[in-house]
Design a protein around this ligand. Sequence first.
Ligand code: ADP
Length: 245
Amino acid sequence: PETQAPLLRISALTKRFGGFTALDNVSVDIRPGERFGLIGPNGSGKTTLINCISGAFRTEAGTVMFRDEDITRLQPHMRTRRGIARSFQIPRPFKSMTVAENLMVALDFAAVTGEIVSAAQRRDTMMSILTRMGLASKANVSATKLSQVELRKMELARAMATHPKLLISDEAMAGLSSSEVDEVLDLLMSLAGQDITIIMIEHIMQAVMRFSDRVMCLDAGRIIAIGTPTEVMANQRVQEAYLGT
Ligand code: ADP
């Protein structure tokens, strides 16, 4: 419902690089459980916005509230512990390690200091995530042996290992075949729900359309449209922004 408190509230966010304004007074609320698509032509500010949410960038002005807490000044790893997951914020996967070992690194990364969890519990958690991600049979396989689509799933599994409330999927489908795109899309749809809100940045419009409850389109650091996928795709400014690139 509209009255529900937002999970993420971005207010009047501005980010500059020198004299260049990459994000210009962006405000948006993302609701709990929402499937939120973020689109815009190259250079429109999508990655910058995600960096401001994950904490990789400091902002010049504006605030980021997550679950009613002002996280504007929090370090990235503290945001991970609050429940914001962007897969490559976790230390990069080690190719020489198995899928299971890679997941263990992510589990440790997100673990709250002082929390005591037995090895058996950790293994159970890891296996349940791998099962959910369709990777259980790959647990003991070296990451070097994975296909492209399996690697993308492992990255998402690593993000899931941090127990996110907000999962940011940053072009998880780029370069995949259309059947693989569907596979990753189905996986993301199955993860989304009351407990997990997903922001998906994607260039593949069919995927954004199918996935999103709402879509937001950025252009030159500003929100030019926000609404249902149908509304946003029909928006003239959106069409012009894409034609102009
Ligand atoms: P998108 O993800 O939509 O392609 P970005 O957020 O990566 O766009 O970039 C938005 C604008 O900000 C671009 O013009 C880009 O060149 C600029 N930009 C992004 N990151 C930096 C940076 N670290 N230093 C300077 N300029 C940057």
